[in-house]
Design a protein around this ligand. Structure first.
Ligand code: ARG
Length: 401
């Protein structure tokens, strides 16, 4: 008896997920493997990857174009939540996992598979995100994780694959571990494992080194409707085009690099390099528009929600009851977050330099220092008396005792 009869495997075309195919069949007695390669705008050509799985002996090799859904249903809600894990990482990799898990589960259900599989190792966050998301979407499905259990080194994995008739192109292997989608790139390992090593320029693909950025700044007006970015410089764009264009513009100015030590869910600290130009610019712009259109108490309360939301997405709880509840809160707050934010891209920075909204709560008549001021200054005195009263009483007590 094998561990499962029919398995849908998340497939990237890399060494690990390719070796998973014969391994599942030969070692774990799986009868049928169906691979699913997800297009998340990572820019890979997927037809050769589809073919590669067929060559490795799968019964069916599928490609799912998930890019639009990825941006609309995963990235945009995260922007509305200003989601930054540990205040910095915009979750570009983490956001893709629940969507891939959903595609795996749907494919398994459509093809009558009794298990799904992925090639994650046992050290990272991604295994947690897959396993928990799959359990949330279909608790009946088994999850097979060959790469977490086989205990083979890179060389042994390749040797195992070759023994079963697979061939791997001899290319100069990169020392880095890289994950990529339309939102950005995550780069780990190799020389980056020493946190004191400055990342070599070779790790970056979407962002220019400051030395090579234009000497003129570029302004971009970002239009939001209910917290969703919908236009650049007044031109309405579909979600995928908007992200692609903004990646391009911001990346050209060297905007979007992050270098951080991050706390993984599995207890390990890791050194991470990210490039996520559009996502970072959008979160910054969105947060700014909120400061114009939300009341002080909602803005401030939402910061706490955002912190919880980011941690929960990072920790693989996208499809969890708490996440659903936080979504409801965030959605309610976005009703009036509509307007335009002007950002200035220059030499590695994106700065908000203007914002505008029909729904702005900012009132020039109240905030002006000119003669047109309508704020009632006399009202301040009584307000401050009441506001400061507890402190005054406390202070008097402290002096006397
Ligand atoms: N540390 C990031 C995260 O947990 C990126 C993980 C990247 N994955 C990879 N296979 N390189 O979201």
């Amino acid at each position: 008896m094998g561990r499962a009869e029919k398995v849908v495997l998340a497939y990237s075309g890399g060494v690990d997920t390719t070796v998973c195919i014969p391994y599942l069949m030969n070692e774990w007695g799986v009868k049928e493997v169906i691979t699913l390669a997800a297009d998340l705008g990572q820019g890979d050509e997927l037809e050769p990857i589809r073919q590669k799985a067929l060559d490795a002996g799968v019964q069916a090799s599928l490609v799912a174009d998930l890019t639009e859904e990825f941006i609309r249903e995963y990235a945009f809600p995260a922007i509305q939540a200003n989601a930054l894990y540990e205040n910095r990482y915009p979750l570009s990799t983490a956001l893709a996992r629940p969507l891939i898990a959903k595609a795996l589960v749907e494919t398994a259900e459509r093809y009558g598979a009794d298990a799904v599989a992925h090639g994650c190792t046992g050290k990272g966050n991604d295994q947690v995100r897959f396993d928990v998301a799959i359990a949330a979407l279909n608790p009946q499905l088994k999850v097979l994780t060959p790469a977490r259990e086989w205990g083979m080194s890179r060389e042994e994995t390749i040797a195992y694959g070759e023994k079963t008739g697979l061939t791997f192109p001899v290319k100069k292997s990169s020392p880095y571990s890289i994950d990529r989608n339309l939102l950005g790139r995550s780069i780990e390992a190799g020389p980056l494992e020493d946190p004191m090593n400055e990342p070599l320029e070779e790790v970056f693909l979407l962002t220019q080194a400051i030395e090579n950025t234009p000497d003129q700044p570029e302004y971009v007006d970002i239009g939001f409707v209910k917290g969703i970015p919908t236009s650049l410089n007044g031109v309405e764009l579909d979600p995928v085009t908007l992200i692609s264009q903004l990646n391009e513009r911001a990346g050209r100015h060297g905007v979007g690099r992050i270098d951080m030590i991050e706390n993984r869910l599995v207890g390990i600290k890791s050194r991470e390099i990210y490039e996520a130009p559009a996502l970072l610019v959008l979160i910054d712009a969105h947060r700014d528009l909120e400061s114009l259109t939300l009341t002080a108490d909602v803005t401030q309360y939402k910061r706490g929600i955002e912190e919880t939301y980011s941690r929960l997405v990072y920790n693989g709880l996208w499809y969890s009851p708490l996440k659903l509840a936080l979504d409801a809160f965030v959605q309610t707050t976005q009703e009036r977050v509509t307007g335009t934010v002007r950002v200035k891209l220059f030499k590695g920075t994106s700065r908000v330099v203007g914002r505008q909204s029909e729904l702005a709560l900012y009132s020039e008549a109240l905030s002006t220092y000119s003669a047109d001021d309508q704020f009632d200054h006399k009202a301040a005195e009584g307000f401050i008396y009441v506001w400061g009263l507890p402190t005054r009483v406390w202070s008097e007590k402290m002096r006397n005792h």
